[in-house]
Design a binder for this molecule. Structure first.
Ligand code: SF4
Length: 175
């Protein structure tokens, strides 16, 4: 899916989202697609054939999606710029690696959002420690992603975020 967000740098990716994700025919997508298959609108070279008419063609979901730059980092840093289109053996490993990277990136975003809450010193310290654990290294690698995922940090972040509900409820705007 070719996001409209400039920092996604789709040109450095390998159309991972146009292959890895499943989607259902709906008001967001014009056809059903299973995970791990190339979208029917994807050209052999990796470009979307209908990039300029996504909304008109019924693919609003593609416009709305952003990987926040995770896809290009996976392709360039974990796979040295290789593509699953050129090497079908990479389909599985790229799906798995992309999924791990997205999972950790999502947790990093949650922890970033937690900065806006009036955290106690203890909560702040825990937030910082978890943020340190999910922070991508300068050069991302499959090894780092596997090790970090296996450490259970996503579970730890989810538990921490859940524990902030009471704190968050105190800053909710009153209607
Ligand atoms: S319609 Fe285009 S942007 Fe959307 S998944 Fe298919 S190839 Fe990717």
């Amino acid at each position: 899916m070719t996001s409209q967000r400039p920092n996604d740098d789709c040109a450095s990716c390998a159309a991972l989202c146009c292959m890895a994700f499943a989607f259902d025919k709906s008001d967001l997508f014009a056809h059903d697609k299973t995970a791990g298959t190339a979208c029917r609108n994807l050209r052999a070279g990796g470009d979307c054939e209908i990039h300029d008419q996504l909304v008109q063609e019924g693919y609003r979901g593609c416009v709305q999606y952003s990987c926040h730059g995770v896809g290009p980092r996976v392709v360039q840093e974990c796979f040295a710029g290789a593509t699953w289109q050129a090497d079908k053996h990479l389909v599985g490993p790229m799906i798995t690696t992309f999924a791990m990277a997205r999972e950790l990136h999502d947790r990093a975003q949650l922890l970033d959002a937690a900065r806006l809450l009036p955290l106690s010193d203890i909560q702040e310290a825990e937030r910082d420690e978890l943020a340190r654990r999910v922070k991508f290294p300068d050069t991302l690698s499959t090894t780092w992603l596997e090790r970090t995922t296996k450490s259970g940090v996503s579970r730890d972040v989810d538990r921490f975020v859940k524990s902030l509900r009471e704190t968050a409820s105190r800053v909710r705007p009153k209607h």
